[in-house]
Design a binder for this molecule. Structure first.
Ligand SMILES: Nc1ncnc2c1ncn2[C@@H]1O[C@H](COP(=O)(O)OP(=O)(O)OP(=O)(O)O)[C@@H](O)[C@H]1O
Ligand SMILES: [Mg+2]
Length: 258
């Protein structure tokens, strides 16, 4: 469960103050898939960073599974993120000096309980689940945008997080890569009960969510539930086709999470 209570955040520079989050309150239940939409500059990425404990609000409370993360110090927050949170950044943020498999393993290096061999094994399996094993030793600059995105997604999955925050995970991807990314995220949400919070400009992604929060000028201006779809005969056919593809993804992911 993620809860914001009266959260405010501003950025200051020499000449002005920008109020980016203005009295944000909401609650997301465990297992929900929530899309956050809104125009550029409305505060979506800032909100996601604050939710994941990457950034502090000025005032207000953010709690994750009952822990008030605004009150935690940086070391406790790092542990909490390594244990419970997966984060997919808007611009991937892969480390340029590490190859693909090393980038995937970063969250596990922060978990001191695992040996080097265990980290490598887990990273290999997750890399396979996003069909990127053949690029394991490539560095970010040798990867395409879609490949970098899949590495970023693998990195967000590797610690089996309880909640995944994804900032525009399908932006700049072609249809096929977008679908792969969405299938991977949906599998985590529907089959493993992972809470999913996705910032998106894509109406097709927002339609897949259980719920849509809309931001404007630092405020949440609407909070609506998507209707559950009742498949017609025609869409059942489409669903059946998707299911075959999904099964392949599912079996890869099942192997990976063993
Ligand atoms: N570190 C910062 N310092 C100063 N201003 C910032 C900082 N980060 C964000 N802002 C400002 O805060 C506002 C909200 O930014 P944010 O990145 O949250 O928007 P967004 O809704 O994610 O936009 P986009 O859809 O373009 O990604 C913008 O006006 C931005 O310029
Ligand atoms: Mg953004």
């Amino acid at each position: 469960m993620l809860e914001f209570k009266n959260v405010f955040k501003s950025f200051h520079n020499e000449s002005e103050t920008i109020d980016v989050l203005k009295n944000i309150s909401f609650r997301i239940e465990t297992g929900e898939f929530v899309a956050i939409i809104g125009p550029s500059g409305s505060g979506k990425s800032t909100l996601l960073g604050v939710a994941a404990g990457l950034d502090k609000p000025d005032t207000g409370i953010v709690s994750l599974d009952g822990v008030n993360i605004t009150a935690e110090n940086e070391s406790n927050l790092a542990d909490l993120r390594a244990d419970r949170i997966g984060f997919i950044f808007q611009n991937f943020q892969l480390l340029p000096g590490l190859n693909a498999i090393e980038n995937v393993g970063i969250p596990l290096y922060l978990k001191s309980s695992l040996t080097e061999a265990e980290i490598l094994k887990k990273s290999e399996k997750i890399l396979e689940s996003v069909s990127m094993s053949h690029r394991a030793t490539h560095f970010p600059k040798q990867l395409s945008g879609g490949e970098e995105q899949r590495i970023a997604i693998a990195r967000s999955f590797v610690n089996d997080p309880k909640i995944i925050f994804a900032d525009e995970p399908t932006a700049n991807l072609d249809f096929k890569n977008s679908k792969t990314v969405l299938d991977l995220l949906l599998y985590r949400n529907k089959e493993q009960g992972t809470t999913l919070v996705v910032v998106t400009h894509d109406p097709d992604v927002a339609k897949l969510a259980d719920r849509v929060l809309e931001m404007k000028d630092g405020e949440i201006i609407s909070d609506s539930r998507n209707k559950k779809k009742i498949p017609s005969a025609q869409s059942k056919k489409v669903t059946a086709k998707k299911t075959t593809k999904q099964k392949k993804t599912n079996s890869r992911l099942k192997q990976a999470s063993r």
